[in-house]
Design a protein around this ligand. Structure first.
Ligand code: PLP
Length: 375
């Protein structure tokens, strides 16, 4: 059993992907070929925003909007410590300072009610708060109704990190459409993944889209040999765009399949382990199905039991960002963000992908419920 099985998905659409790749090989426009623009149009329509810019990774999809807003030394950006390093790394890369805000213990997403006091502490440090990066962790969109209100009140840019959340939604709004600007990742294991690195940025803001388009290609002006600002090489390869066009065709069906599996897990896992919470009107894209053991030791025992039955599991994330070595300079200590620290000790994720068979699901459930898998 695989934690994420990409082969089964490939089997379903292999011929279409082969023919899309062949057509790129035939026309030979490997950089910014027609598939890139076709994909951007389809993604913008899917998410329901005006502009989509594909780019080279989910990390660049976070970096480019911050660069477009000139975020740099002396600025503070609010974010969660319970996420993948990329979310905070881009802030530091630009010389700004990440200001962490703890998560809700129920959803593992940033708690907007704690942002105001974080803004105050940033100001005490002499920093100017400029933005919030909220993460749709494990596929569940963050609490945007409150986040958008706080961003507006404090004149902050709100950037949605939908690397994991793409395909999720709140009421009729899709992940990728929250805040001023949103980013996603097409890393192969993500809900919508390509066969290499890739990402995309979404916004309704025309001016910002123009600036980000320039930054994506070395700060280009009229063309890439006229340079008007510092930029990056942030383009998505045409071949990856071609692959994504075919994967997008089956994406909604895959989100439904993921939701069916998560519902089955939640209904049938009867052990005391805490199951994921999805607030009313929210839909998760189930990038991960994560459980909370009662203690670090129970997590160790449960994941070993799964391993003994050849069931893979993963821990996202063992170390919250404020306790990572790279952020020692921020001067945080244990106890600063208790819910993130607690989750880091007890959380673990089960195999999750649209093609997990009912037999595989039943086997996982049996092991978790303490039954012999041979029964
Ligand atoms: C929350 C989050 N943000 C950003 C990224 C970065 O995406 P990429 O690996 O495509 O650069 C990831 C990828 O793991 C992620 O999970």
């Amino acid at each position: 059993m695989d934690f994420i099985d990409l082969k089964k998905q490939q089997g379903r659409i292999r011929e279409k992907i082969d023919s899309r790749i062949k057509s790129v090989l035939d026309h030979g426009k490997y950089i910014m070929g027609p598939e890139v623009f076709e994909l951007e149009e389809k993604l913008a329509e899917y998410v329901g925003v005006k502009y989509c810019l594909s780019c080279s990774s989910g990390t660049d999809a976070l970096l480019i909007p911050l660069m477009a807003k000139n975020i740099g030394p002396g600025d503070a950006v609010i974010t969660t410590p319970f996420t993948y390093i990329a979310t905070a790394e881009v802030i530091s890369l630009l010389g700004a300072e990440p200001i962490f805000v703890d998560i809700y213990p129920e959803t593992y997403n940033i708690n907007p009610e704690k942002i105001n006091s974080a803004l105050e502490s940033a100001k005490v440090k002499g920093l100017i708060p400029k933005a919030i990066i909220a993460v749709d962790l494990f596929g569940l969109p963050a609490r945007y109704r409150l986040l958008e209100k706080i961003a507006k009140e404090n004149d902050l840019l709100l950037l949605e990190d939908a690397a994991q959340g793409f395909g999720g939604q709140i009421r009729n709004r899709k992940a990728g459409s929250f805040g001023h600007v949103s980013s996603t990742s097409f890393f192969p294991a993500k809900p919508l993944g390509c066969y290499g690195d890739g990402g995309a940025i979404f916004t309704d803001d025309y001016e910002m889209a123009q600036v980000m388009q320039s930054i994506r290609v070395h700060g280009s002006g009229k063309d890439k040999y006229q340079n008007i600002r510092v930029g990056v090489n942030g383009r998505l390869d045409t071949i990856q765009a071609a692959i994504l066009i075919e994967k997008l065709e089956i994406f909604d069906d895959e989100i439904l399949l993921r939701n069916k599996i998560s519902t089955y897990y939640t209904k049938n896992i009867i052990s005391q382990i805490k199951k994921p919470f999805v607030p009313r009107d929210y839909i998760s894209s189930w990038a991960q199905y994560s459980l909370m053991a009662a203690s670090e030791q129970e997590r160790q025992e449960t994941t070993s039991m799964l391993k003994d039955s050849n069931i893979p599991s993963m821990i996202y994330y063992k170390i919250p960002l404020h306790l990572q070595d790279v952020y020692k300079n921020l001067g945080h200590s244990i106890g600063d963000f208790p819910f993130s620290e607690d989750a880091a000790k007890r959380i673990f994720s089960l195999p999750m992908h649209p093609y997990l068979t009912i037999q595989e699901q039943n086997k996982i459930i049996k092991v978790l419920n303490g039954l012999s898998v041979n029964e």
